[in-house]
Design a protein around this ligand. Structure first.
Ligand code: G3P
Length: 215
């Protein structure tokens, strides 16, 4: 089971605070023998990757090559900074499907893990054909809320498991409790993608420890 903690652009997980949160994730990973990765803003990858030994992910990369592309995020650049993976097509940064495919290929050629996000099982099944390393399904309307996908839309998890074979499935949106995690696991998910439940928690360490009980 894998957990990806997504820092998004939250103040609580930007710059030095991203490093601090990554250290919390690392200590919980060690204490619970869990696989926990952290997805940070591009500008924070280097500092975070230098500070911790858990996997660091980019939140987005562009399928561009070296050259004249001002302001875009080059896969080679996040890799050199220390990222071992990247989210693609997150609900908050959607990209056209042909670019999802191109990005997955770019990352595969570089040996960077790809986690392709989808809003629902049908989209997830389509995007899984590009053979990313993992897929993640997150109903957009539940993202950032208090009610989890496991509670409100468990069928999204089981339907994803039914449609996508041979690629680990992560689920996310509103995950806050060990029970949310346990339900996701029971329905066949191989991991979770979580942001506000950890990043915005009064005590992120306690929140993450609680989630790990669900595995
Ligand atoms: O990438 C994870 C995310 O979109 C879920 O956010 O705040 O509902 O855990 P949250």
């Amino acid at each position: 089971m894998i957990t990806i903690v997504n820092c998004k652009a939250y103040a609580e997980a930007t710059g030095k605070k991203a490093v601090k949160l990554a250290k919390v994730c690392e200590s919980v990973a060690k204490a619970t023998k869990s696989r926990i990765a952290i997805a940070v803003q591009a500008a924070d990858i280097s500092a975070v990757a230098n500070a911790v030994s858990i996997p660091v992910f980019a939140q987005h990369v562009d399928a561009i090559e070296f050259g004249a592309h001002t302001g875009w995020t080059l896969p080679e650049s996040v890799q050199e900074a220390g990222a071992v993976g990247s989210l693609i097509n997150h609900s908050e940064l959607r990209v056209p499907e042909e670019l999802v495919q191109k990005t997955v290929q770019r990352l595969r050629n570089l040996g960077i893990l790809s986690v392709v996000c989808a809003a629902n099982p049908v989209e997830e099944e389509r995007l899984a054909k590009f053979k990313p390393d993992m897929v993640a399904v997150e109903p957009p309307e539940l993202i950032g809320g208090k009610i989890s996908v496991s509670k409100a839309r468990p069928e999204v998890i089981s339907e994803s498991v039914r449609r996508v074979r041979g690629i680990p499935i992560l689920v996310g949106a509103g995950i806050h409790t060990a029970e949310d995690v346990a339900t996701a696991k029971r329905l066949g998910a191989q991991g979770i993608l979580v942001a506000s439940g950890v990043v915005l928690a009064k005590n992120p360490k306690k929140a993450l420890l609680e989630l790990m009980k669900g595995f």
